[in-house]
Design a protein around this ligand. Structure first.
Ligand code: N01
Length: 499
């Protein structure tokens, strides 16, 4: 066991300097932990907001709720903040809090092994690091999913994924195709529809969309909020209250709220799209909220423009000239945009992560990607996975989720610092119990409503939190000590052979 001085100020490596990594750096320091190393693979912080720069990129959670609770932002331009200003906000908070200077940029963690009670990290710069704790703050949706369509690489025009936007190509007047109609595509289509010569939207599955007025904040609005963290916090609480009592309830079992949400989405489609043929194409056949509900005010208008076509015939293959659909038509294109989503179950991978006894993360997750309370992995002591499996609560703010997880994690680290836990490691039984509890809750949710979405794992189980936000917050208030390893295997008495 380590001596108490080392326990007082454990060394911590934070992997990733996105929204969660910045938060962790701040919270660890507040807890009196100063030996913190933040490793970031890119040359800038910001994570998802650094990587997604497609036209129309914005947050579909109200901006005043999409902030750290300790640092409201009076400068938001709109109710739904644009990607660039969100990136600027994180940069500003990181600068103000002295986090930016602590980040080791352009240094990806390639290996992370638990050896003799410490984590040994190897980075892309060839440096080695030994720490007591590792916090993986690598985010959920950061590995673009490229569609498995025959001939994808044969396309001779320009082609890119929305998370790797090519700003060198001007779309004005071009024949553009976009595959996908998820949240990203809907935002991008709203913008590209105005610039492209012709835009073909290849839709495999229609989506339910809700319109929420996106008011802009005037200079006077902003001035009233400057220096008023109390007012900003109150606005954030109001939005949180509304989301918790409408959307979050609707997806986790409240029939009344679900009926209201369904009515709103169906009405939006009916009122927004005049042509019955097009409306039919855009009408999903699964319950509202089964796929992540899209909050968008521009998509329906864009697809009714003369220069935009919604193509619902299945894509057969891609050729050098464009997209060939199963009716034999070749849709000739200059640019093909892949708005085909992400691999949500990669988390910290492809990092070579090995826990106790050299067990790899691929071995640990060979049957299922699961964690205890989304954060702890049995066999991986003193390792935390922020925003891990079953974190998301529908369209709720991931910042709020991260803050609750951060506070829970610090309580666990504190137990270790006081010597009450030999290591912070959930037991396998606790993980199984927790996941059985999640499975039970899933039965009431709308995510098992028969649609295909990124929420579902390989077995078709949603990797979401199936209960209320309040329940989640309550359960992460205090760690339950019995769910954690009480004697680290290396400290246990050696087993004596039976006489
Ligand atoms: O990805 P998606 P996204 N052939 O997986 C289609 C967050 N986000 O990037 O529905 C044809 O939702 C696929 O079709 P189908 C938010 O959490 C947040 O749009 O599977 N089509 C679908 O239409 C969101 O939920 C904000 O049939 C193919 C699309 O590609 C998450 O990111 C903004 C295909 C993928 O949709 C992911 O959204 C934007 C194929 N082979 C995004 N493969 C905020 O505002 C895939 N598709 C916070």
């Amino acid at each position: 066991m380590q001596d108490s001085t080392a326990r007082q100020n454990p060394s911590v490596a934070v992997i990733g300097a996105g929204m969660t990594g910045i938060l962790m750096a701040i919270k660890l320091r507040e807890a009196g932990i100063t030996d913190i190393t933040i490793l970031e693979k890119a040359d800038k912080l910001g994570g998802t907001w650094r990587e997604n720069t497609y036209p129309g990129v914005a947050c579909d959670v109200p901006a005043h709720m999409y902030t750290y609770s300790f640092r409201g932002n009076p400068e938001w331009s709109h109710r739904f903040a644009r990607g660039a200003e969100i990136q600027q906000y994180f940069q500003q908070v990181a600068d103000e809090q002295g986090v930016t200077g602590q980040v080791r940029f352009n240094e990806a963690v390639e290996s992370c092994h638990y050896v003799d009670g410490k984590w040994q990290l190897g980075t892309s710069k060839g440096t080695q690091l030994e720490v007591d704790f590792v916090v993986s703050a690598t985010g959920i949706l950061h590995h673009p999913a490229y569609p498995d369509i025959e001939g994808l690489d044969s396309f001779k025009g320009d082609m890119w994924h929305t998370a790797r936007w090519n700003h060198d190509v001007d779309l004005a007047g071009k024949r553009v195709g976009i595959i996908g109609t998820g949240s990203t595509a809907c935002q991008a289509i709203g913008e590209i529809g105005h610039t492209a010569g012709h835009l073909t939207v290849f839709q495999r599955t229609p989506q339910w969309i809700i319109r929420v007025a996106d008011k802009s904040y005037s200079e006077a609005d902003k001035a009233r909020l400057r220096g008023r963290q109390d007012k900003l916090a109150a606005i954030s609480r109001r939005y949180a209250f509304v989301l918790r009592n409408t959307f979050s309830k609707a997806v986790t079992g409240s029939k009344l709220q679900h009926a209201y949400m369904s009515w709103t989405a169906k009405r939006n489609l009916r009122k927004s799209v005049r042509d019955p043929e097009l409306r039919k194409k855009l009408t999903p056949d699964y319950p509202v909220g089964c796929k992540r509900l899209i909050i968008n005010n521009t998509f329906y208008d864009a697809v009714q423009r003369d220069n935009v076509t919604v193509e619902t015939t299945a894509i057969e293959r891609i050729c050098d000239a464009g997209v060939v659909t199963s009716d034999g038509v070749t849709h000739e294109l200059d640019v093909l945009i892949l708005a085909t989503g992400f691999h949500p179950f990669n988390f910290m991978r492809p990092m070579d992560l090995r826990g106790r006894n050299g067990q790899t993360i691929d071995e640990a997750w060979s049957k299922k990607v699961q964690a205890y309370r989304s954060l702890c992995l049995p066999g991986f002591p003193n390792f935390f996975l922020m925003l891990g499996p079953n974190t998301p609560i529908g369209n709720y703010s991931v910042i709020a989720m991260s803050e609750v997880q951060a506070s829970y994690m610090l309580k666990l680290i504190d137990l270790w610092r006081r010597g009450d836990l030999p290591v912070v490691e959930a037991t396998e039984q606790a993980k199984q119990r927790f996941n059985a509890y999640l499975r039970e809750g899933m039965k009431n949710t709308v995510w098992v409503g028969g649609c295909q979405s990124w929420y579902l794992d390989a077995d078709g189980d949603p990797a979401m939190w199936p209960y209320s936000w309040q329940q989640w917050e309550k359960e992460l208030q205090q760690p339950e000590l019995d769910d954690f390893v009480r004697v680290a295997p290396e400290e246990a008495e050696p087993l004596r052979p039976a006489a």
